[in-house]
Design a protein around this ligand. Structure first.
Ligand SMILES: [Zn+2]
Ligand SMILES: [Zn+2]
Length: 134
């Protein structure tokens, strides 16, 4: 799926984010690559388009997106944070062999036993070996 510059600008504006070159490039990467990338992954994919790019600017951008609710930060292990543009509730399966992260659907009524609780973060993480690595 490809997004035009106008679509990307609109996407940011409707989430109260002022468009900038870096923000547009990071958003485009996240929308077009649904592989739950790290800051490092994003950096390597867009450095050739913005030679002055720093990891810090990517980090600041994904944090802004997180604050505005357009990405979720995933911590599937203690060493790396990953970013997911799909903010609808779903689960993640991390393959311990290839490292890929797969999305899976969860039931709508998950968490029903917590009526009245205030939930800050929802993580549904499974770990194992994916079907391709078995
Ligand atoms: Zn695997
Ligand atoms: Zn996901």
């Amino acid at each position: 799926m490809h997004f035009t510059n106008d679509e990307l600008i609109e996407y940011l504006r409707k989430n109260n984010i002022r468009p900038s070159n870096i923000r547009l490039k990071v958003l485009k990467y996240l929308l077009e690559n649904r592989n739950h990338p790290t800051v490092e992954d994003i950096y390597h994919h867009i450095i050739h388009e913005i030679p002055t790019l720093s990891r810090t600017s990517i980090y600041n951008t994904v944090n802004l997106f997180k604050d505005r609710g357009i990405v979720n930060e995933l911590s599937l292990n203690e060493k790396e944070l990953r970013y997911d543009i799909n903010t609808r509730l779903h689960g993640h399966f991390k393959c311990e062999s290839c490292g890929n992260i797969y999305d899976f659907q969860v039931a709508e009524n998950i968490g029903d036993g917590l009526k009245g609780f205030v939930v800050y973060k929802k993580d549904i993480n499974f770990y194992g070996i994916c079907i391709n690595c078995q």
